[in-house]
Write a protein that binds this ligand. Structure first.
Ligand code: B12
Length: 225
């Protein structure tokens, strides 16, 4: 039985077949099915966030677990990531449309050596939905590019994403680069990604950490107050 984390935003009517199908589609990397089931779920009245948190994300988490157990390999992870992105493309306009006037600018990127971008892209969607103008530097972003972006764009918030224990250190390195460039006071810094914790955020002197895209958007807004 999969855990539901969207208590309070349940949609009607309940259609566990669609959620189960979408979970399976992401888990098995079937992008076309994932897109079809996402559309079906929306037509049945499911909230976009329910499809995301109760089906798509658990599917990808299971992929990670099976990879760890040695039952899945890189190709399975790759197609699962693609299926997730394809389904996210369906949800993106709905989640972004929820936002109002621009509240600030957010520069986001995945750190050097790391090409995971599903979680980062989800954050971007929720940030846009919360009213941020998001400038996405992409994946495998070298430290100096983050520094340059702060200097050029003058964002309200900078976000760094890392998904590997081996690339977490890049965040720490980038914090030093930003400090050395005299720009630390010019921007709020948020960090996130699977191995990142609140404790790590405190350790490297970031202004905030968020474990998921919804809380990332809430925290970014809070940091502007
Ligand atoms: C899909 C995937 C891939 C895909 C990535 C596709 C893509 N376009 O992103 C591919 C196949 C490319 C890949 C490659 C690798 N991967 Co990989 N991958 C995954 C997998 C299964 C899912 C990651 C994901 O997208 N999760 C979905 C999102 C939604 O996760 P999330 O953490 O909930 O995201 C939220 C938060 O983190 C937060 N957040 C994210 N970013 C940010 C930023 C900010 C600022 C904030 C505030 C919040 C925030 O918000 C997100 C949205 O809610 C994970 C397993 C897992 N459980 O994470 C392994 C995993 C991350 N990968 C792993 C590994 C080992 C690798 C490889 C090294 C494998 C290899 N041998 O080559 C390579 C590394 C490539 C590289 N240099 O980066 C390991 C990492 C282990 C570790 N401790 O370091 C994991 C954990 C799998 C495992 N269990 O072993 N991978």
């Amino acid at each position: 039985m999969r855990l539901k984390i969207t208590d309070g935003i349940h949609s009607m009517p309940e259609s566990p077949e669609v959620l189960d199908g979408l979970y399976e589609a992401v888990l098995n990397g079937r992008a076309e099915d994932a897109v079809r089931l996402t559309n079906e779920g929306l037509e049945l009245g499911h909230e976009p966030l329910v499809l995301l948190y109760d089906a798509m994300i658990p599917g990808l988490e299971e992929v990670g677990r099976l990879f760890e157990e040695g039952q899945f390999f890189l190709p399975e992870m790759l197609v699962a990531g693609r299926a997730m992105q394809a389904a996210m493309d369906v949800l993106r306009p709905l989640l972004v449309a929820a936002g109002g006037a621009t509240v600030g600018t957010f520069v986001m990127g995945t750190v050097a050596g790391d090409i995971h971008d599903v979680g980062k892209n989800m954050c971007n969607v929720m940030l846009e939905g919360a009213g941020f103008e998001v400038i996405d530097l992409g994946i495998n972003v070298p430290g100096p590019d983050f520094v340059e972006a702060i200097r050029d764009v003058r964002p309200d918030v900078l976000g760094m994403s890392a998904f590997l224990t081996t690339t977490m250190g890049e965040i720490e390195h980038n914090m030093v680069l930003i400090e050395e460039a005299g720009l630390r006071g010019a921007v709020k810094i948020m960090i996130g990604g699977a191995p990142i914790t609140d404790q790590f955020a405190k350790q490297v002197g970031a202004d905030g950490y968020a474990p998921d895209a919804s809380s990332a958007a809430r925290m970014a807004k809070r940091l502007l107050d």
